[in-house]
Design a protein around this ligand. Structure first.
Ligand code: CA
Length: 233
């Protein structure tokens, strides 16, 4: 694979320069856009591997940039937001963003998010080629056809709800899933009581799959936002 191309959408010049310098130093290729209109044009004409998107753009809301790109492409979008409110992140994730960074962020954090996203991308590409029905992540395996999940070769005794939840997270490994997304996928609706139930199911699922509950390896909590299945080596 050639060095990945990252489209950086950011109107704030110092932040854009920081991102671009970081990408250059780590031998990523990059394109830049300073507003939403230019961003959409660049995304459609250059088809980048990953997009970094600032939500606060001068000409349009970043959420609308996500919606427009999602109308024709699944390219990974990592949102960069100065707004610390969780509602913006949730809205961006529900509109189809893959991940988010909150300003101010460190260069290491930026690179880590980029690596997670690229790994997810290469996995999706290899999955669609082989159309595999067994999921493997660290010591965790799920045989979708048989409906069986194992940890370290031992079959897990999961309730049907825990199994559904595990499959949903596994199929979106590397991606942050919001509470709303999860409850709608599982129950087809989103009530406050569903989010409370989700927490309970998540706790029981974790007891079964996390060897060390104090430092979970597989499922990451995003407080007030949702959960993500991490790729474990
Ligand atoms: Ca901005």
């Amino acid at each position: 694979m050639n060095n990945p191309v990252v489209l950086v959408i950011e109107d704030d010049v110092p932040v854009r320069n920081l991102i671009v310098t970081t990408l250059k130093t780590h031998e990523y290729r990059f394109l830049t856009a300073k507003d939403g209109a230019e961003a959409i044009m660049m995304a459609s004409s250059h088809n980048p591997d990953v997009v970094f998107l600032d939500l606060g753009l001068p000409d349009m809301d970043g959420i609308d940039v996500i919606r427009q790109i999602r109308s024709w492409s699944n390219m990974p979008i990592i949102v960069i937001s100065a707004r610390s409110e969780d509602t913006d992140k949730i809205e961006a994730l529900d509109a189809g963003a893959d991940d988010y960074l909150t300003k101010p962020f460190s260069v290491e954090e930026l690179l880590a998010r980029l690596r997670v996203t690229l790994r997810r991308l290469s996995l999706i590409n290899s999955d669609s080629a082989g159309d595999r029905s067994v999921y493997t992540n660290g010591k965790l395996t799920i045989d979708y056809a048989a409906g069986v999940a194992c940890l370290d070769g031992e079959e897990l005794k999961l309730t049907s709800m825990e199994y559904k939840l595990l499959c949903l997270l596994a199929k979106n490994t590397g991606k942050v899933l919001t509470h709303t997304y999860i409850t709608q996928s599982i129950w087809g609706r989103n009530w406050d009581s569903d989010i409370a139930s989700l927490r309970v199911f998540m706790t029981t699922l974790r007891k079964k799959i996390e060897p060390d509950r104090d430092s979970p390896k597989y499922i990451q909590t995003h407080v007030g936002i949702g959960y993500r299945m991490l790729r474990v080596d």
